[in-house]
Design a binder for this molecule. Structure first.
Ligand code: NAD
Length: 507
């Protein structure tokens, strides 16, 4: 390892660069290599060097993991008291905080985000485990009002074996939104973390073991989507598949899950409007618009990548936005003062560059960024400058298609109706923002937007207790909140006749 990579916390499942052996698959309580011995290099996006090496699991490894999860579900785990599951989840939360600094650094090295952002992720993930620890032993079911002589009750049971598939942008965070409620409800799991940034998912697996979750209850297979991931949607031994990722993959997963009619939960992309009325403080609105668009270099499903600005303030707003975008310090996520790290991979940066080229062809105009940085120290990494497009309209591909990079488009509007129509003119429906000093108008626009989360005079916050998910093609189901637990529970109706007597229906 080079000097910088010595900072990646040492772990038995992470092999050093150059190694041909790694043991990052966790099945039935054991770390092991891929059946066919393949490995994958994990790249530091800040300089394209090899950060570590992990096992490249395939279909057979995932089938092993599904079998282990099935055995664990049939075993004593089913009878574990809800209070014990609460204790385990609390313990995982405590361990996350104990190792906060290591995890924040690992997430930064792997994804490119700043270490500060990595630390925020660990705190958010801790909060999610604590939230579901709190819910696990509440609400065991309910009595239903029934005729005399009958007792009718609803009990909640785990769904069974759950396949959890995650993306590369918030690998630890997105995993926690699935794993915490799945365990709270008493399921067993097979995790297929993103192949691009799997390091902190492996760390979480280690903490799950240390917390005392029994062998086989949580299993993890590193590897590609089509090989290690696909069995989780196809296999009859999996009862639920929960996926966060792109729309195209979501479609594949839903189709692959159809023959076995398993439960499917999808958290897909977004192209999220951020609407600015002229009555707001522009300094504040520009500040939040920058964070909405460029936090984690725009690689955020809920990024406010589509600004919709009233024509009276459009020119002043965009000039200031461009000025501040040009001033954003980009660099390694581990360096002091850096606000934007690299994009996650060379392939992903090429996709962002292609989207920008398309935007220019369509007639949109770049007033900030639109290129790689000039600094020689950043030449080897996958950096791209925060980019602002003006002269945009709703018909353009750059306005409609998710770029998932540091690119924001700006459209103009005149009336409230027009702003709402533009905000809803998307196939997606994940999130949106509205900025206005007029309380009634803020509420009207929030009510009219067809998006799963709407922020009024803010952009981005979420809470473990508030449902997250999309309208339209942003997905199916909800994560977080009580609904996030309901995804992992079956409701069973138990009807007891307290005094059965012959009915003589058939004489
Ligand atoms: P992706 O769809 O390429 O991959 C996501 C995961 O699916 C990876 O683990 C991948 O290996 C796996 N996969 C790929 N093909 C598969 C298959 N055939 N069967 C099973 N698994 C398969 O997405 P990505 O590029 O990692 O993530 C970016 C996307 O995720 C963006 O579109 C973003 O908007 C979305 N996202 C959504 C949310 C949300 O909460 N809605 C959060 C984060 C990211």
């Amino acid at each position: 390892m080079n000097e910088r990579h010595d900072t990646l916390p040492e772990a038995p499942y992470l092999a050093p660069p150059g190694s041909t052996r790694a043991t990052s698959i966790h099945i039935d309580g054991q770390w092991r290599a891929a059946r066919d011995g393949r490995v994958r290099e994990i790249i530091d996006p800040a300089d394209a060097s090899v950060l570590t090496v992990v096992s490249e699991g395939g279909r057979a490894d995932t089938e092993d993991a599904i079998a282990a999860a099935g055995r664990a579900f049939a075993g004593p785990w089913r009878g574990t008291a809800a209070g014990e599951r609460t204790r385990l989840l609390e313990r995982i939360a405590d361990l996350l905080q104990r190792d906060r600094a290591d995890i924040a650094l690992a997430e930064s090295l792997d994804t490119g985000k700043t270490v500060e952002e990595g630390g925020i992720d660990v705190d958010d993930v801790t909060g999610v485990f604590r939230y579901y620890a709190g819910l696990a032993d509440k609400d065991a079911g309910r009595l239903v009002s029934a005729p005399e002589g009958v007792q009718s009750r609803i009990v909640y049971e785990p769904v069974g074996v759950c396949g959890l598939i995650t993306p590369w942008n918030y690998p630890l965070l997105q995993l926690s939104w699935k794993l915490a409620p799945a365990l709270a409800a008493g399921n067993t799991c097979v995790i297929k973390p993103t192949e691009v940034t799997p390091v902190t998912s492996l760390k979480l697996m280690e903490l799950v073991v240390e917390a005392g979750v029994p062998a086989g209850v949580v299993n993890l297979v590193t590897g590609s989507g089509p090989e290690a991931g696909a069995p989780l949607s196809e296999h009859p031994g999996v009862d639920l598949v929960s996926f966060t990722g792109g729309l195209a993959t979501g479609r594949l997963i839903m189709a692959a899950a159809a023959p076995t009619v398993k439960r499917v939960a999808l958290e897909l992309g977004g192209k999220n409007p951020n609407i600015v009325f002229p009555d707001v403080d522009l300094d504040t609105a520009v500040d939040y618009a920058l964070s909405a668009a460029f936090f984690h270099s725009g690689q955020v499903c809920s990024a406010g990548a589509r600004l919709i600005v009233h024509e009276d303030v459009h020119d002043a707003f965009t000039a200031e936005l461009a000025r501040r975008a040009d001033a954003i310090r980009i660099g390694r996520g581990q360096d002091e003062g850096v606000r934007c790290g690299p994009l996650v991979s060379e392939r992903h940066r090429a996709k962002v560059e292609a989207a920008v080229a398309r935007g220019l062809e369509e007639g949109a105009r770049v007033i900030a960024g639109g290129r790689r940085p000039d600094e020689p120290g950043l030449r080897d990494g996958y950096f791209y400058r925060p980019t602002v497009f003006v002269d945009c309209d709703r018909s353009m591909d750059i306005v409609q298609t998710e770029v998932f990079g540091p690119v924001v488009t700006v459209e103009r509007f005149r009336t409230e109706e027009e702003a709402i129509a533009l905000g809803n003119d998307t196939d997606y429906g994940l999130s949106g923002g509205v900025w206005t000093d007029d309380t009634a108008r803020g509420e009207r626009v929030a009510a009219a937007l067809r998006h799963g989360t709407v922020w009024i005079n803010d952009y981005g916050p979420y809470f473990p207790g508030a449902e997250w998910g999309g309208f339209g093609r942003s997905g199916i189901g909800r994560e977080l909140g009580p609904s996030g637990l309901a995804e992992y529970r079956e409701a069973k109706h138990i009807y007891r006749n307290l005094a059965p007597e012959p009915q003589r229906w058939f004489g």
